[in-house]
Design a protein around this ligand. Structure first.
Ligand SMILES: *[C@@H]1O[C@H](CO)[C@@H](O)[C@H](O)[C@H]1NC(C)=O
Ligand SMILES: *[C@@H]1O[C@H](CO)[C@@H](O)[C@H](O)[C@H]1NC(C)=O
Ligand SMILES: *[C@@H]1O[C@H](CO)[C@@H](O)[C@H](O)[C@H]1NC(C)=O
Ligand SMILES: *[C@@H]1O[C@H](CO)[C@@H](O)[C@H](O)[C@H]1NC(C)=O
Length: 597
């Protein structure tokens, strides 16, 4: 279904008086060798229509009409970041011969400026500024809690949306009587509601409500006040898979209990192959990820395969062979391996854990060894759609991060052969045009799950600088930077306790410390005593030697593997929850959530 948004919001051109028309241009063209043909193109645009503001919701189809007109009616060119949009072959952005632009199933990435002008006249340009909004998302925890009179109760709320919504708490449909400040305490824009010294009258349904131009969404946390509280069993549980030299171990983080162990010498069901090998053959793990919260995929680059573990049964259920030759298994970042794919050095796929994205990322990028460029990969149809030349920027992409908001693709670049860093590039996800360059900004980029912050970790001989930028409709804005003597190995985002956004925890390559950085205030905290890291020379496949992995929204715990132990960190209290020993060289952690209904 198409909607003529521009036509609905703004009057037609015929209503505009002649005086306000900007320019009349004539152009002369030599059409053939022997005769001069004069073609006069009269093009005009009402001054009041030079900038046209449009608003759409994610999922909408929008037709944008160009108000540049003329006699005869001129063919229209549409551009975004100077790129002629008729050269894009993608279905969701199409220029029609009647001069209108159609955007189908709009995503946040499509927000931005679209310009149109007559093919023969680039001087009269209309700019359409498209903002895209989402329905607010609200999640609360716990769903239900039972407490004794006199106790305090706390409930948490996480809100996401563009524009960021207004957040309120209600009780049984009424606003909270906040004058009663002794009773209620609202923390960080409604991130938490604390009810003090509860009585029976406080029993009720507490609603976290988020509202914006995109709509209104609520989620409910119930409080039951009783003399004899009914123990409320958790409705979900988080577990983590730790990949190490002798197999895979699965734990519960609160009591740090071992659930199950897959041994390196186990035989994969339905095959005659070992999970890793016969006795004394160590495992070699590439990368491991959670897929659709049902499976854990782990790559074994040495064996050119990916094994698939069932989250619930905790056994290997399948094997994908020749991972290097089949392009199908795009869910795993493949390592440089033999076969047809030997040129490929990196496959960069937007994380499915990003908020606001909802599978809106249809493309990823592939890089080739020492090549200054990218290949854009259609993840649905598994084919290459375009190549992007980055030679003018002397950029071989090393790391790529995606921001669902405003469609930014942020890259760390280096020079081919010499591997000298050449700074940060920002690409527009829709057109693959370079929209910003920062040659002085070196280091590995990380985008927060809410697409609001970009962290760049620059490691030098004297220590690490962490640069924090804000992701805005106008590009990246520097917020602050923090210097540390720790040599940062890995970064994990952790839900903030005072805002609806995130903070970070960073692990160190060679020290037994973790760094906490509050991304709102810039305040730093250090957690000590997390054990010796795996020696750098024992890490393979460009994994960090000291990973750190958070357990997602409302996930209290993080895990950071040491050389022969796993440390479970309580991110709320910033303390070590437990140390799990006798795990040799753990190098990858995957979190899963089990839901009980
Ligand atoms: C609180 O929410 C408002 C929007 O309702 C937003 O503008 C503001 O930045 C938020 N403050 C913090 C600290 O997140
Ligand atoms: C930090 O590690 C990187 C990579 O291993 C290395 O190049 C750099 O010199 C190290 N810095 C310090 C202070 O040890
Ligand atoms: C989009 O166009 C408007 C109006 O011309 C301008 O103010 C704004 O800076 C542009 N935005 C970007 C990101 O170029
Ligand atoms: C790794 O480095 C350590 C010292 O940090 C050294 O003792 C060990 O032999 C090295 N191992 C390998 C396989 O190079």
């Amino acid at each position: 279904m198409r909607r003529g948004l521009a036509g609905v919001l703004f009057g037609r051109f015929s209503m505009i008086s002649v005086d306000s028309r900007r320019e009349v241009k004539c152009s002369f063209h030599l059409l053939s060798c022997c005769s001069v043909v004069v073609s006069v193109s009269v093009v005009s645009l009402d001054k009041a229509l030079e900038t046209n503001h449009l608003n759409a919701r994610v999922g909408d189809n929008v037709e944008i009409k160009c108000d540049v007109t003329g006699s005869p009616i001129p063919p229209i060119v549409w551009r975004r970041n100077q790129l002629d949009l008729s050269t894009i072959t993608e279905e969701d952005v199409r220029v029609f011969s009647d001069g209108s632009l159609y955007l189908t199933r709009i995503q946040l990435q499509h927000a931005g400026n679209y310009t149109c002008h007559a093919q023969r006249n680039k001087d009269v340009v209309q700019t359409h500024v498209l903002t895209v909004h989402t329905v607010p998302e609200v999640h609360v925890t716990p769903r239900i809690q039972s407490k004794r009179p006199g106790e305090d109760a706390t409930m948490l709320c996480h809100v996401a949306g563009e524009p960021f919504p207004k957040v309120e708490w209600l009780k049984n449909d009424d606003s909270l009587k906040m004058e009663n400040t002794k009773k209620y305490q609202l923390i960080g824009n409604g991130t938490a509601l604390k009810i003090k010294d509860i009585g029976f009258a406080d029993t009720g349904a507490y609603m976290c409500q988020a509202s914006s131009i995109g709509g209104l969404t609520r989620d409910i946390s119930s409080l039951v006040v009783q003399e004899q509280p009914t123990p409320t069993s958790a409705n979900e549980e988080r577990r983590f898979f730790a990949f190490h030299d002798w197999g895979v171990s699965i734990y519960e983080p609160t009591a740090c209990r071992l659930y199950h162990r897959i041994q390196s010498t186990d035989i994969i069901p339905g095959t005659q192959e070992y999970v890793c090998g016969d006795k004394r053959v160590k495992c070699s793990w590439g990368r491991a990820i959670n897929v659709a919260n049902r499976y854990v995929y782990a790559s074994q680059p040495e064996r050119d395969r990916v094994i698939i573990i069932s989250k619930v049964q905790m056994v290997v259920v399948d094997v994908i062979r020749d991972a290097g030759q089949k392009r199908k298994h795009h869910t795993v970042h493949p390592e440089p391996i033999d076969g047809q794919f030997d040129l490929v050095t990196g496959l960069f796929i937007p994380s499915s854990e990003q908020e606001l994205s909802h599978h809106s990322f249809k493309y990823g990028y592939v890089t080739h060894t020492n090549q200054r460029g990218l290949y854009k990969l259609d993840l649905v149809n598994l084919r290459y759609t375009r190549s992007v030349d980055l030679t003018p920027y002397n950029c071989v992409p090393l790391h790529i991060q995606f921001s669902a908001l405003y469609g930014m693709v942020i890259m760390q670049c280096m020079e081919p052969i010499t591997k000298r860093p050449t700074g940060q590039l920002v690409l527009d996800y829709v057109t693959d045009t370079v929209v910003a360059t920062k040659s002085s900004l070196l280091g590995v980029p990380y985008v927060s799950p809410d697409s609001r912050k970009l962290i760049t970790v620059d490691r030098t001989a004297s220590g690490t600088t962490i640069i924090v930028q804000e992701i805005t409709p106008y590009g990246l804005m520097f917020l602050f930077d923090v210097k540390t003597t720790l040599n940062i190995s890995d970064v994990a985002f952790y839900p903030s306790q005072t805002t609806h956004s995130y903070d970070i925890y960073a692990s160190a390559q060679d020290k037994e410390d973790l760094l906490f950085l509050n991304l709102l205030t810039g305040k730093v905290d250090i957690i000590t005593g997390v054990g010796k890291a795996v020696p750098v020379n024992l890490t393979e496949w460009s994994n960090p030697n000291r990973p750190i992995s958070g357990s997602g929204l409302f996930g209290q715990y993080m895990v950071t593997p040491a050389s022969e132990a796993l440390f479970v960190i309580n991110g709320r209290s910033r303390t070590v929850n437990c140390e799990i020993g006798s795990v040799i060289h753990p190098n990858a952690i995957v979190w899963t959530t089990i839901k009980f209904y």
